[in-house]
Design a protein around this ligand. Structure first.
Ligand SMILES: Nc1ncnc2c1ncn2[C@@H]1O[C@H](COP(=O)(O)OP(=O)(O)OP(=O)(O)O)[C@@H](O)[C@H]1O
Ligand SMILES: [Mg+2]
Length: 226
């Protein structure tokens, strides 16, 4: 299911762990095609916020709606389905399968969603071509860091998610590759109408987002221009 009616909405989100409040009444809305960067000190809960949106951590309070569908409160099977339908995720180190080719890595989410092998590979090839990743038989593990992250972006986008999440997507890249991957993420999300929520420590990456927020002491607040 793909809903264009809304991107991402987080409302009254609270999460405490180990006696600390990481998320305290967090409110956030990201419209389709819009990008929001979240910065904040190490350990402030930025990855935790993304894990809540992915449904991998259960918040104590609050609601999360992605692509017009509320995901909080879903059982594990429905949650897995909602994640496949509405969410794409890019991790710092790509989290790709290194022995597979880029096409195979990008085709996987389509195959897991029940698509045919031929359709999945064709779509993966087209998307990788659009995103400038060489399509060949080279295992993904042998590609450059930038090419691997472009592959990770393609894998996140192949299912046409309403919401694209990225946790330090350029954190492991050299400056040139960082620029290319950041530009790709922002452009691809805007062109495809994805709501992009991106966590970064890098001010030059955060500065490319439409809006910036800072998470500190459990409070997510609007941050000023860089
Ligand atoms: N189960 C747990 N028990 C106790 N503390 C936990 C638990 N899970 C996470 N934490 C703590 O919550 C804090 C938030 O972690 P998180 O990974 O969300 O931070 P972050 O903002 O993404 O940091 P970084 O910028 O370094 O990636 C950390 O201090 C972590 O140790
Ligand atoms: Mg983190």
């Amino acid at each position: 299911m793909r809903s264009d009616v809304s991107g991402l909405r987080v409302s009254g989100l609270c999460y405490q762990v180990g006696g600390r409040t990481l998320l305290d009444q967090v409110e956030l809305a990201v419209a389709p095609g819009e990008s929001v960067a979240v910065t904040g000190p190490s350990g402030s809960g930025k990855s935790t916020l993304l894990m809540c949106i992915l449904g991998l951590i259960k918040p104590q309070k609050g609601t999360i709606t992605a692509g017009g569908r509320e995901i909080t409160g879903l059982g594990s099977a429905q949650l897995a389905q909602a994640r496949r339908d509405s969410l794409g995720m890019v991790f710092q180190f790509g989290e790709l399968l290194p022995e597979l080719t880029p096409v195979e890595n990008v085709a996987l989410p389509v195959l897991l969603g029940g698509g045919s092998h031929q359709d999945a590979c064709l779509r993966a090839e087209n998307l990788l071509g659009e995103l400038g990743v060489p399509v060949g038989s080279t295992p993904t593990g042998l590609l450059s860091g930038g090419e691997r992250q472009r592959t990770a972006v393609a894998r996140a986008l192949i299912t046409e998610p309403a919401v694209l999440l990225a946790d330090e997507p350029t954190g492991a890249l050299d400056p040139e590759a960082k620029e290319g991957v950041a530009r790709l993420l922002f452009t691809a999300a805007r062109d495809r109408g994805c709501a992009l929520l991106l966590v970064t420590h890098d001010p030059s990456v955060a500065g490319q987002a439409d809006r910036r927020h800072e998470l500190q002491g459990g409070i997510l607040s609007e941050a000023g221009a860089l």
